[in-house]
Design a protein around this ligand. Structure first.
Ligand code: ZN
Length: 253
């Protein structure tokens, strides 16, 4: 079956001299791998569309159990991301997490919108990475079947107790009183009111409002820690690009 769909490169592998195997997140068909013959050669008409983060209107041919990129009309390449090591590290992590969560065709339009907006805001310096990273993690996981329950304490239903804690493993909240009755094995992270409110916003808000919330800079590290711990506990794997990101990321005051 031949496909015509917009899609973004989330992984590129050089396979022969001049050929690449590309992995796309497409709008309509989830994650698809396709061969782009000759795209590694500088003069190839497919070269610009075969770079990581290139977003194009794709024509994919299906032939002998594999997809081949027949044509790609570039929509956006996010070139500013390549000029900054921290942006590049963050965007690479978004791409690797996307490939790992591998959205189905049912979820791919919403996931693609999240990824494109995150890359755009990163490229244009519209929001700091210390906010974009937790937004991307919590929202992409929520889309992909890892929706945390941030409504209330799982023990007593308290919406906002004196002390509220989050378990990355359980994806749930506990108030301080109920926490005392829990087993001591799993990790519970004490939340500030601002971080709890930000996490609820990221998980439950309409997409149009997703990127518009306020959180004091001093609370960004806690939000980042909660989202990353949740991502690691739920996906149960490590990410090379996350290690790279950690080695270059610095908090901005
Ligand atoms: Zn409780």
């Amino acid at each position: 079956m031949n496909l015509k769909t917009p899609g973004i490169v989330i992984k590129e592998q050089k396979i022969n001299q001049g050929d690449k195997l590309l992995t796309f997140l497409t709008r309509d068909h989830g994650v698809i791998s396709a061969y782009a013959n000759g795209s590694g050669r500088p003069k190839s008409r497919l070269a610009p569309a075969s770079e990581l983060f290139a977003y194009s209107d794709l024509m994919l041919f299906y032939h002998r159990d594999r997809y081949i990129v027949d044509d790609a009309d570039i929509i956006e390449i996010f070139f500013e991301i390549r000029s900054d090591i921290e942006k590049l590290a963050f965007a690479s992590y978004c791409a690797e997490l996307t490939a790992s969560l591998s959205p189905t065709s049912e979820d791919s339009a919403e996931f693609l919108r999240l990824l494109l907006n995150t890359l755009h805001l990163t490229a244009k310096n519209k929001l700091p990475v210390s906010v974009l990273k937790p937004i991307f993690e919590l929202r992409s996981l929520s889309i992909s079947g890892f929706l945390p329950d941030l409504v209330a304490c799982k023990g007593c239903g308290e919406y906002l107790g004196d002390e509220m804690l989050f378990s990355p493993l359980e994806g749930a909240l506990s108030c301080g009183a109920c926490r005392k009755n829990e087993d001591m094995l799993s990790t519970w992270i004490p939340l500030s009111e601002g971080v709890l409110s930000a996490m609820r916003h990221i998980v439950y808000s309409d997409f149009e409002k997703l990127f518009s919330f306020r959180l004091n800079r001093a609370e960004h590290p806690l939000l980042m820690d909660c989202a990353e711990q949740y991502m690691l506990a739920q996906t149960e794997r490590t990410y090379h690009s996350l290690e790279f990101f950690r080695s270059v990321f610095q908090f901005q005051d």
